[in-house]
Design a protein around this ligand. Structure first.
Ligand code: GBH
Length: 472
């Protein structure tokens, strides 16, 4: 690996070094110990929606191997572990609370604390009980209230030991990709439903934040995936307009209600006719605009955006109607993402680390009430080879991680308050629509034997953490 600024940077003393996973991607035991179908279990049974026909039944068997996995976290020297609880495990069938499910998370939290690792808990990383989806899922306003009941159940069990609570992980994905593009569960392709899903997740966030605060939760926040929308040609008004739309839909549609208590005006215009305004009830935005203690930022890549000219002129201009509708770009289906001359990961995503510095600075500049920032996900998929000597020389992943840490260090130098970094992911795991074909772990998993092997990137990351501990 080449030398990086982040290796000699004076990281803030309290900077949190972590790694992240999500329940559905690692646990397995998908129909055991009282757990029933999540939307992802049901989705995976459909023909042709998951690469290789993969499913979540065993995943990386974390449910049975959590002690070994916490041992590995300790070996890496992690300060904190970001994980999620499964709604479908804790409230199977959306009915009553499953004690066995809660006990599992209780054992996990105890194991973490005994090993000196701070638990960083996310309530929703996409695995709603299928029974609730059958009642409309996130298009149904009641789901926001059901989410609060689920949050209360978890808090009652773990509130004495968990201080860091994240309501949602990337509501963009579980709304736009799940309900509009249909590439994620529940696999619906209905733009209006996707916007209702956005609003009801926001509402669920606000209500749960209020309730957990009343119950005494210490640190409350949400995680968003944020992506710079870069105009392909910054001198072309068509590209600038396309980038504005994507920024409104992918970033500001989430940031503004949470941090300002309103949806962006330009977004409301872009998606007018798709029912968003109709699902917003009086008082909702006050609930959504709860004070939060941190904002989690997931960042992987920038989007290079171009557009087609609008049909018509001035305020009468409209998006051409021949646009493909089955896309996550609700109301902006006509935009295109031309490829640039940049390296790419195995996902095909551009590698452009300084984009993260730009993004963090933009958040600081645009939101006066910005809470503390944590990078709650950043990482990369590459084709890993397990060599005969039992090592994985994933130099590209190490470079990716350290290049992004350089960008975080740069943002801290610029005066942005970034308090921690969680690598995605601790373990190779079920990569949603890509099944087990894409590996993101800093720990390799042999899917036949479930053997875990720390990759070179994991060792490099552990080295950085250790160096900072000595300096502190
Ligand atoms: C995260 O989402 C998830 O939280 C995590 O569970 C997942 O395993 C991890 O990332 C890796 O995928 O349509 O080609 O322009 C990632 C968020 C949002 C990143 C959509 C890619 C668009 C790619 N993703 N984004 S494209």
């Amino acid at each position: 690996m080449t030398k990086h600024l982040s290796e000699n940077f004076a990281w803030p003393k309290e900077f949190l070094w972590g790694s992240a996973t999500a329940a559905a991607q690692i646990e397995g035991a998908s129909h055991s110990y009282g757990k029933e179908d999540s939307v992802w279990d049901a989705f995976a049974r459909k023909e042709g929606v998951i690469a290789g026909g993969d499913n979540l039944k065993v995943a990386v068997d974390h449910y049975h191997r959590y002690q070994e996995d916490v041992g590995l976290m300790r070996e890496l020297g992690l300060d904190s572990y970001r994980f999620s609880t499964s709604w479908a495990r804790v409230v199977p069938g959306g009915r009553s609370v499953n004690r066995e499910g809660l006990d599992f998370y209780s054992r996990l939290v105890d194991e973490l604390l005994e090993n000196g690792i701070l638990p960083w808990l996310t309530l929703y990383h996409w695995d709603m009980p299928q029974a609730l989806e059958d009642q409309g899922g996130w298009t149904n306003r009641d789901t926001a209230y059901k989410f609060v009941e689920y949050a209360e159940a978890i808090y009652a069990k773990l509130g004495d030991r968990v201080n860091h609570w994240t309501t949602f992980n990337e509501p963009l994905c579980s709304s736009l990709i799940g309900y509009a593009a249909g590439e994620h569960a529940p696999g619906r392709q209905e733009p209006a439903a996707a916007l209702a899903a956005v609003h009801h997740q926001h509402l669920g966030h606000g209500l749960a934040t209020q309730r957990l605060r009343e119950l005494g939760a210490q640190e409350l926040g949400i995680t968003l995936n944020l992506t710079n929308a870069v105009p392909n040609d910054p001198t072309d008004p068509v590209d600038l307009e396309a980038a504005r739309r994507i920024d409104a839909l992918w970033n500001r549609m989430f940031l503004d209600p949470l941090l300002r208590g309103s949806y962006p005006e330009d977004l409301l215009q872009d998606v007018s006719g798709l029912g968003l305004a109709e699902v917003i009830q009086p008082g909702d935005l006050e609930i959504i605009h709860q004070p939060i203690d941190f904002l989690g930022v997931n960042h992987y890549h920038d989007d290079n955006v171009s557009g087609h000219p609008l049909a018509g002129d001035g305020p009468e201009a409209v998006v051409p109607t021949d646009a493909p509708k089955s896309s996550p770009f609700v109301g902006s289906e006509y935009v295109t993402f031309p490829s640039r001359d940049l390296p790419r990961t195995a996902m095909g995503w551009e590698v452009n680390p300084q984009g993260l510095r730009v993004l963090l600075n933009r958040l600081k500049a645009d939101y006066s009430d910005l809470p503390a920032l944590y990078i709650t996900e950043n990482g990369a998929s590459y084709t890993d080879e397990l060599s005969p000597d039992g090592t994985v020389a994933d130099t590209e992943r190490s470079e990716y991680i350290f290049d992004h840490l350089d960008a975080v260090a740069g943002a801290i130098e610029d005066g942005v308050s970034v308090r921690g970094y969680f690598v995605w992911s601790l373990l190779d795991n079920f990569e949603w629509a890509w099944g087990y074909q894409k590996r993101f772990g800093i720990i390799y998993v042999d899917y036949e034997t479930q053997e875990r092997i720390i990759k070179d990137s994991g060792r490099a990351y552990a080295g950085l953490i250790a160096a900072n501990r000595t300096m502190a």
